[in-house]
Design a protein around this ligand. Structure first.
Ligand SMILES: Nc1ncnc2c1ncn2[C@@H]1O[C@H](COP(=O)(O)OP(=O)(O)OP(=O)(O)O)[C@@H](O)[C@H]1O
Ligand SMILES: Cc1ncc(COP(=O)(O)O)c(N)n1
Length: 288
């Protein structure tokens, strides 16, 4: 289902995915990366904007939150009319927005217990180290995990949310167990920050159909590039796209990993700081 052409048949309604996230003015991460990824995975992308960041390749100099009612209104507007096959969250900015998103998802059947899978990427800071979440919002973020089909923390987010400092692959497995205990159905711990490991082996943990704990390693090469801005958003959006197209969580995560490996391999310099992973790699060469 997820190999070969991902282009929807002309005239048919494609699978639909919603991102609830912030804008990156530099275009490398946030809703810009999410919508780009949905498109190249053959999925119609929709967005509920939570915040506008002032951002370029060297950092985030500030952000402005969207009023809670407007965040909720965007989600309701698209879910009740257009419909959604899978959703993801990225930058949620504040405890008030997180709690409103959690409540809205519950009401609309998005996330655990509902019809629509929900991927929660617990964005707390940019890769430059600039905050994207208010200091008092960690409890609300932990609570949102219980609504998630899948959460996708990086190692800094694992440390913030659980106190666990993972230094090697065994540490990733411990981290997966600790984050799983916070209540999501599945956890994907991303290995990008384990810079001393020659490979990038992400770890997925969940419970299979028989109720048995399941651990899946997602192997991948590590490319020697500083330009990985938006890698986490791109991975989570590719996974969300696969879920929207009907894949189960393990297959969707395998697809997302294959997708992000290509995106990192073709990442490019931009500005004077950190460039983005590529959204171009699936473009064909046919003349227009
Ligand atoms: N240098 C690299 N080479 C190959 N894969 C990488 C590299 N860095 C990260 N990845 C992969 O990219 C994905 C994102 O991982 P990472 O740990 O960087 O998440 P993140 O910190 O949330 O991303 P970002 O902050 O860059 O948006 C993971 O699948 C990870 O294994
Ligand atoms: C709006 C927004 N959302 C998410 C990120 C995280 O991406 P990264 O960790 O690559 O900076 C970001 N920088 N900006």
């Amino acid at each position: 289902m997820l190999t070969g052409s991902l282009r929807p048949a002309p005239g048919t309604t494609p699978a639909r995915a919603l991102t609830i996230a912030g804008s990156d003015s530099g275009g490398g991460a946030g809703v810009q990366a999410d919508l780009r990824t949905f498109q190249s995975c053959g999925v119609h992308g929709m967005s509920a904007l939570t915040a506008v960041t002032v951002q370029n390749s060297v950092g985030v100099s500030g952000f402005h939150e969207i009023p809670v009612d407007t965040v909720v209104g965007q989600i309701e507007a698209v879910v009740t009319d257009i419909g959604v096959d899978a959703a993801k969250t990225g930058m949620l900015a504040s405890a008030e927005i997180i709690r409103a998103v959690d409540d809205t998802c519950r009401r609309l059947g998005v996330g655990r217990g509902g019809r629509v899978p929900l991927v929660v990427d617990p964005v707390a800071a940019s890769m430059h180290g600039d905050p994207l979440l208010r200091d008092n919002a960690l409890d609300a973020l932990r609570e949102l995990f219980a609504r998630a089909t899948l959460v996708t923390p990086n190692l800094d987010e694992v440390r913030l949310l659980t106190g666990i400092v993972a230094r090697d692959r065994a540490g990733l497995v411990d981290a997966a167990k600790a984050v799983h205990a916070l209540g999501p159905e599945w956890v994907l711990i991303k290995a990008g920050h384990l810079v001393d490991d020659p490979d990038c082996v992400d770890v997925l943990r969940g419970v299979d159909a028989d109720g048995e704990p399941r651990l899946v390693e997602l192997p991948g090469p590590r490319f020697a590039t500083p330009h990985t801005h938006g890698g986490g958003d791109t991975l989570a959006s590719a996974i969300t796209s696969a879920l929207a197209r009907g894949a189960d969580v393990v297959d969707a995560v395998r697809f997302g990993k294959r997708y992000v490996v290509r995106a990192v391999r073709e990442s490019y310099p931009l500005g004077s700081g950190i460039g983005p992973v590529s959204g171009f790699w699936r473009l064909g060469d046919a003349p227009v």
